[in-house]
Design a protein. Structure first.
Length: 286
């Protein structure tokens, strides 16, 4: 979706101000506008990249946030005050809608990409709802983002590194996600037999998250985050039929249909395993 003129105007103004801050190495447009999933109410997400050894001055970020903010005092954090992955930023309410700043440590991004090439990824459950922050999001951000200011070509260089979905990462995500789903389904059966909705529902949502992550990897698609994962899968070729409809159905659970819903999820799991062409294997028999 093309950025509306009033949003583009304020984006350009903010970027011009941010460029003047010492030690800001690059600026990008992220979020729904760079993935083509924006609507008229979408926020503007600006990624602010810096080198770990020479961070920018947070007080200068506060000054720019205050300049464009039209509501109450904007939220501006220090480095890593939001956690180890969403490592700081700002929420600003402007006359053209909400604008978010997100800090990105270039060395952390590079290290994450290198680990991914070796089949290593992490998921920090406590970082953000509903299912945490996957390190694969760093690759997704790099892949989708639109450079706004990149004087040293840092962003373009990073984009080359993630242009192809890493083969080892693909296998690791598929294997770990589907094993987690299979083990969770095993536990769900036990809770369902006790008509324990709290724990059964927890198992169902957890297993669905794992299945979705596996499907993204099967299709070599980077996930930008949980709230867009299913939408991204609509572009995929290798997915079980009626995926959206079946997810909605599985989550409509009560004590009267608890066994029906767990069985529906098992069927979805089996069909996802089939799409791996034999590359998934359970670690041991449950």
């Amino acid at each position: 979706m093309r950025i509306p003129e009033h949003k583009e105007k304020i984006l350009n103004a903010i970027v011009n101000d941010l460029k003047s801050i010492k030690n800001i190495a690059a600026l990008v447009l992220g979020g729904s506008y760079c993935t083509g999933m924006a609507n008229e109410n979408s926020d503007l997400d600006i990624g602010i990249y810096y080198h770990e050894a020479s961070p920018f001055d947070i007080d200068l970020i506060k000054t720019i946030a205050g300049k464009y903010n039209t509501g109450e005092s904007p939220t501006v954090t220090g480095f890593y005050q939001w956690g180890p992955w969403v490592n700081g930023g700002a929420w600003i309410e402007t006359k053209s809608g909400e604008v978010d700043f997100v800090y990105r440590n270039i060395e952390q991004v590079i290290a994450t990409i290198e680990k991914s090439d070796n089949g290593i990824f992490e998921n920090d459950y406590e970082q953000q709802p509903p299912y945490g922050f996957s390190s694969v999001i760093y690759l997704a951000e790099t892949y989708y983002c639109l450079p706004l200011y990149d004087p040293d070509g840092i962003i373009q260089e990073l984009k080359l590194k993630v242009n192809n979905y890493p083969a080892k990462l693909k296998q690791t995500v598929i294997q770990q996600s589907l094993w987690s789903a299979e083990f969770t389904l095993w536990q769900a059966d036990k809770f369902a037999k006790k008509f324990d909705l709290y724990n059964t529902v927890g198992c169902l949502t957890r297993a669905l998250k794992n299945i979705i992550e596996a499907l993204l990897a099967i299709n070599e698609l980077y996930s930008i985050g949980d709230k867009k994962s299913i939408e991204i899968l609509r572009r995929a070729n290798k997915v079980p039929e009626r995926l959206d409809e079946r997810i909605d159905s599985i989550l409509c659970i009560d004590k009267d249909n608890i066994f029906v819903k767990t069985n529906e999820l098992k069927q979805l799991f089996d069909q996802t395993v089939f799409l791996t062409n034999g590359t998934y294997y359970p670690y041991f028999k449950l």
